[in-house]
Ligand binder design. Structure first.
Ligand code: COA
Ligand code: AMP
Length: 637
């Protein structure tokens, strides 16, 4: 099919508000406003002011009313527990209404915040939709974060209640969630009034505290009573959810997603970017705790009338590297969206793709990758093995959907290896130098997006408008700063080269090295420290911490290194994958005292070391190299 990308992008550029008004016709509104965009409110404006709608209604009710009653809405496939279960649109609506009724029983209403701390079980998606139905603002916290991180989010979002499961399950271990929640509530200043817990047989929780409730039992009763709750009309500009993401400090940023623009953008993307028809099966192999899970496990596929897969497992080891092919074949998946690291893991276990031979996957049309750099090696391997288009696309928690991609629905453009292709309508992507001056084609610089951001992107940060301004808008007036650096070529193709801040990407998970440094610095024996992201063949990057000990500390360094690893695991969580801590005598610095993290990274990655002219003492670089070698890091590459 010839690509309609150019005309589509041009039509957006020449009349952006008409473009989004037309896209908005795909959503059911209870009130349609006159304006599409209000430039005068919020830090840069708001989409669909005066329009009213309900996200849960658009995800469920309207499909039940219009012929999708019996179609599976959600298929839960959990190789880690050996269970599977499909929910039709009608059944999911019944469950979500019952869930909404329980939230109301706990006095949760429009505008209240609800934290959801759950593994990949159907109740997690139901909880999100139930909140949306009654206008409560959910904030899902990824299960791999520790109690401290949960506490930070509790204090920032001040939720009325927490919805949780009794445990998460990782290969080889069950993680009881309730003790983590109790600890988080103990240390947080804000105290939620109730914790609703889905009891899982692998580790039921002790519900002794009088704020704890058995959610599964309550749901069974509410469903059997057929409790119904009408969707609450919401302003398009009302928040649907808050999703915390790593910032440059230990304090995560509460990305706000609004109600109306979010639906308009996701619905547009399902058809035009992913090329999916209503009724088809879409699989976002991520986690509901990440933005991909919000947009393309929960909301996008349901808004579009698709069947969404909720997969509780890993690409390898549950039970093997053929599990993705099993799920694709068994549930007739048309498109899969995951992080490149998942494919690196599969390739490592099954380089010839032999396990694929057991499965029939004729309906599988495309693989979409995002969340981290898609290395051409992995992309080529996937394309050759699967013999379907493998499409890299670039986006961020902040934008909620793709900034730069190759739109399958509009007709694919030629692929340039290493580039996620071209900007989607809504995004005017430019490359500028540090002063904001535009740079010529093929020149590396800051990637910025001309304001306003399109529907679906964050209007602000939760309770932190100043921080929003400072983090995203202040450096390049009139533009949104992505904090990614890259190059636009003569055909308008973008390549993402690196972050311009301290964020690293570990197995598709976004982490702040600054936050890890805060944890290391809190160790009583540490005088100063630095954490860098070093290249890793499987996870893309791995955090590596260096610590200088206080004078007078004479405990064995290995003992302190172990404590540092344990400390990050305990304070940030296992997801940080922080396993390398190295004690050193000194850190390399500039003469003004700035730690040379980039130079340390070049050494760790065995790259050419560009000696900064302002370096204070170059001999320290040799000490760093020796320390890395003695910990087996330099010998890896
Ligand atoms: N709850 C508790 N712990 C969790 C967790 C969760 N939800 N998710 C991950 N962890 C733990 C892991 O068990 C691991 O613990 P360990 O140090 O005891 O082994 C640690 O956090 C690091 O996890 P991860 O980086 O995911 O490594 P892994 O070795 O378990 O798995 C991959 C590697 C590549 C298989 C896995 O990262 C993967 O499937 N990635 C897909 C990426 C993805 O979904 N990205 C989301 C954005 S699209
Ligand atoms: P997150 O907010 O967790 O989705 O992480 C967003 C960051 O991940 C981006 O700012 C990029 O640094 C990186 N990223 C996401 N997708 C891609 C991609 N396709 N190519 C390169 N980097 C990516």
């Amino acid at each position: 099919m010839p690509s309609h990308y150019k005309e589509t992008y041009a039509s957006w550029k020449s009349a952006p508000f008409d473009f989004w008004r037309k896209a908005a016709a795909e959503i059911d509104w209870s009130v349609e406003g006159t304006e599409v965009f209000d430039a005068g409110s919020g830090p840069y404006g708001h989409w669909f002011p005066g329009w009213q709608t309900n996200t849960c209604y658009n995800c469920l009710d309207r499909h039940v009313e219009r012929g999708r009653r019996g179609q599976p809405a959600l298929i839960y496939d959990s190789p880690i527990t050996g269970s599977k279960r499909a929910y039709s649109y009608e059944e999911l609506l019944d469950k979500v209404q019952a869930f909404s009724a329980i939230l109301q029983d706990h006095d949760v209403s429009k505008g209240d915040r609800v934290i959801i701390y759950m593994p990949m079980i159907p109740e997690a998606v139901m909880a999100m939709l139930a909140c949306a139905r009654i206008g409560a603002i959910h904030s899902v916290v990824f299960g791999g974060f520790a109690a401290n991180e949960l506490a930070t989010r509790i204090d920032d979002a001040t939720p009325k209640i927490i919805i949780a499961a009794s445990c998460g399950i990782e290969p080889g271990r069950v993680i009881p969630y309730k003790p983590l929640i109790d600890k988080a509530i103990d240390v947080s200043k804000h105290k939620p009034s109730a914790v609703l817990v889905v009891q899982r047989e692998q580790a039921p929780a002790d519900l002794q505290n009088d704020r704890d409730f058995d959610l599964g039992a309550a749901l069974d009763i509410a469903v059997s009573e057929g409790r119904e709750v009408a969707p609450v009309p919401m302003e398009a500009t009302d928040p649907l959810y808050i999703l915390y993401t790593s910032g440059t400090t230990g304090q995560p940023k509460g990305v706000v997603r609004d109600t109306g623009g979010h639906m308009v953008a996701l619905k547009w993307s399902m058809e035009n970017l992913y090329g999916i028809e209503p009724g088809e099966v879409f699989w976002g192999a991520s986690d509901v705790g990440w933005v991909v899970g919000h947009s393309y496990i929960a909301y996008g596929p349901l808004l579009h009338g698709c069947t969404s897969i909720l997969f509780e497992g890993k690409p390898v080891g549950t039970p093997d590297a053929g599990v993705f092919w099993r799920v694709i074949s068994e549930h007739q998946v048309a498109a899969l969206f995951t992080a490149p690291t998942a494919f690196r893991a599969i390739r490592k276990e099954d380089p010839q793709g032999k396990l694929m031979a057991d499965y029939e996957m004729h309906q599988f049309r495309a693989l979409f990758l995002a969340g981290e750099r898609a290395d051409p090696d992995t992309v080529n391997w996937a394309a050759e093995t699967l013999k379907i288009p493998v499409i890299d696309h670039w986006w961020q928690t902040e934008t909620g959907w793709c900034i730069v991609g190759n739109p399958m629905g509009l007709g694919l453009l030629p692929v340039k290896p290493g580039s996620p292709t071209v900007p989607m309508p809504g995004y005017d992507v430019q490359i500028v130098d540090d002063s904001g001056a535009p740079l010529p084609e093929n020149t590396l610089g800051n990637i910025v997006i001309k304001l306003p951001l399109p529907p679906g992107s964050l209007p602000t940060l939760w309770n932190a408008e100043d921080r929003f301004h400072e983090a995203y808008l202040a450096d390049f007036p009139g533009f949104y700063k992505t904090s990614d650096a890259g190059i636009l070529d003569e055909d308008g193709y973008l390549s993402i080269m690196s972050r311009t801040d301290d964020i690293i990407n570990v197995a598709g998970h976004r982490l702040s090295t600054g936050a890890m440094e805060e944890v290391l610095a809190g160790h009583p024996d540490v005088a100063e420290c630095a954490v860098i992201g070093i290249a890793d063949k499987l996870k893309g990057q791995l955090p590596c911490g260096f610590a200088v000990l206080k004078s007078g500390v004479n405990r064995p360094p290995e003992e302190i290194e172990k404590e540092l690893v344990q400390r990050v695991r305990q304070e940030i969580g296992p997801v940080a994958a922080f396993k390398i801590a190295i004690t050193v005598e000194r850190l390399p610095k500039t003469r003004s005292g700035k730690i040379l993290r980039a130079t340390m990274r070049q050494i760790a990655d065995s790259q050419e070391v560009k000696l900064p002219p302002t370096i204070d003492d170059p001999a320290i670089l040799d000490e760093i190299a020796e320390a890395l070698a003695s910990h087996g890091i330099l010998s890896r590459s």
